[in-house]
Write a protein that binds this ligand. Structure first.
Ligand code: SF4
Length: 341
């Protein structure tokens, strides 16, 4: 079995395994535009333009089933549907707007902020989000999967200012539980590392990924664990997702959500307020609402910052303070994210 990474290369069985229902869902993900159009009863004149060639369609069925059939403006559909609008890119949009290539400590490890190091565990994801800030990232040279963990572990051991390791990607939970456990075991042996943060969309995309083994692994590590999930709209959280997230709360991990402010998807107060309420109901704190990173091919998702600020103000009037995410923007070379509201 092979799955596609962002850059189009395939990843083999060592990354995804052969058994288990979440792996089966990865295998069954929709990769063909015409098939998706038919499955969701979308208009025949809906086309992808050249977008599919640069960033393939990849949509897992549990997520596709939450999309309203016949609605080409569905907020979940827009997140995964290749569009001819991706061909239109203003010149200030670029392949690496966050200058991540300058933050590389070594193959697969980035150090952007003090005290933290980010592992690009893999380039594989359970969905290809059209607005992805790493859609042009050179995963082939810069991800850890398939290279062993040795160099990354050595880089962390050599820098005792690093207290927190962030698993990112791609989606780190696309790797199997066994290699994930071996990576966590290696990290928890490093005396100066206290915290592990995992950024993942998998519990939202394929809730079956929250296996008993994963839960036990997170329960048993002596690292403090922070899980950052990524939902942009309340419709992403159905009963199966809620069940998976509630299972994760039993690990004792801190559960946070980050969203991206996306035109047509969640750029209205009703959608954002409902998302916060739904997250709180399953034990997740709405943490960040990101301003879109200006990545080539994504400009049709951009919402003006003034509008974002207005939306946060409306949320503040409607929700308790802890239910309002921080509206932030990542600006290269700044020592932390910039809080916009
Ligand atoms: S899951 Fe994250 S890394 Fe993967 S495509 Fe979506 S935004 Fe990008």
């Amino acid at each position: 079995m092979k799955i596609l990474t962002h850059s189009g290369e395939s990843v083999g069985a060592e990354s995804i395994g052969k058994k288990g229902s979440w792996q089966r869902q990865m295998k069954l993900a929709v990769r063909d535009f015409a098939a998706l159009r038919k499955m969701l009863d979308l208009p025949d004149n809906l086309t992808a333009g050249t977008a599919e060639a640069s960033f393939a369609l990849f949509a897992p069925l549990p997520f596709v089933r939450r999309i309203e059939p016949g609605n080409p403006r569905d907020p979940l559909l827009l997140q995964l549907l290749p569009s001819p609008l991706e061909d239109v890119s203003p010149t200030h949009f670029s392949a690496d707007p966050l200058a991540e290539s300058d933050a590389t400590l070594g193959a697969g490890v980035l150090k952007k902020y003090a005290g933290r190091a980010l592992f690009i565990v893999t380039g594989a994801c359970a969905i290809h989000c059209r607005y992805c800030f790493r859609r042009h990232f050179p995963y082939q040279e810069n991800s850890l999967i398939g290279k062993g963990w040795g160099d990354a572990i050595a880089a962390i051991k050599a820098d005792d200012s690093i207290e927190e390791i962030i698993f990112s990607g791609g989606d780190p939970l696309t790797i199997l539980d066994q290699p994930l456990r071996s990576l966590i075991d290696r990290i928890q042996e490093i005396p100066h590392v206290r915290r592990l943060r995992i950024h993942t969309r998998l519990p939202i995309m394929i809730p079956a990924r929250v296996t008993d083994d994963l839960v036990a692994m997170l329960q048993n590590t002596n690292l403090e664990v922070v899980l950052v999930i990524h939902a942009n709209h309340a419709n992403e959280i159905d009963q199966a997702v809620a069940g998976a997230i509630i299972k994760l709360t039993t690990t004792g991990a801190m559960l946070l959500n980050q969203s991206v402010l996306l035109a047509g998807v969640n750029d209205n107060a009703v959608a954002l307020i409902e998302l916060s309420k739904r997250l709180l109901a399953i034990g997740v704190l709405p943490y960040y609402l990101h301003q879109l990173d200006q990545v080539t091919g994504t400009s049709h998702f951009e919402v003006p910052i003034a509008r974002g600020v207005e939306l946060i103000e409306t949320m503040r009037a409607a929700l308790p303070g802890f239910a309002v995410p921080r509206y932030v923007q990542e600006i290269p070379e700044r020592l932390n994210k910039t809080v916009l509201a």
